[in-house]
Design a binder for this molecule. Sequence first.
Ligand SMILES: N[C@H](CCC[C@H](N)C(=O)O)C(=O)O
Length: 257
Amino acid sequence: MQQTFYKYQGTGNDFVMIDNRQQTFNKKDTKHIAFLCDRRFGIGADGLILLENHPDLDFKMVYYNADGNESTMCGNGGRCLVAFANYLGVIKDKAVFEAIDGLHHATIENDIVKLQMLDVDAIEKHENYVFLNTGSPHHVQFEDFINDFDIKTKGAEIRYGEPYNEAGTNVNFVKKISNDTFRVRTYERGVEDETLSCGTGVTAVAIAMHVLKETNENCITLKVEGGELKVSFDVQDGSYKNVWLMGPANFVYKGTI
Ligand SMILES: N[C@H](CCC[C@H](N)C(=O)O)C(=O)O
């Protein structure tokens, strides 16, 4: 049976999107999800996202990494899903939806989507990295040669190494540009490669830079391979609240298989 698929991207982090309000998609078929995300044999994407009905909220988000496994929160995917819901007429210029990490508020104006992220208060400062969870787990460390290093090898070593092991983490490499601007490159768990942008990743970087006092601003610009994102937050007694991830989310195509 033919199925309609959409493709969206947010600063180069790209997703197959499916309107699953009729619950027709087989969520258990990991191989099929991996096929749809395969950049040679399938549509090609970093992940696959289902838009589903919710009894009380505008919609529900279900996220799968390119390996076909359901995973934790995807910030760029959440932003793209708001754009997709707007395109379908499910929402107008604001949304409240449920994702695996809880409830999210969002607004959309033209192609800019602002997504409220989790509050963050458990931040681990280690000798040469910071670890925190912004809806997905993130390891954050500085990299002086950020434009020219083997991110796939170095990222995989950290992602599969102690203390993360098989469950893993996403790995973000950072270089400071100015007091409120940082360059970020991310190795993503479940893609097992660099992605051009990672929403929960840049959120983790922005918070980590504030924790390390690399910035005294609360609205940070993150320059990623696929463009530019902003993260803003309020800080209260070491807790980061009212955290917002902001940037473009764009329709790419609609097709059937
Ligand atoms: N690969 C991540 C989920 C997607 C995160 C990323 N695409 C984002 O925009 O937050 C993980 O398994 O933890």
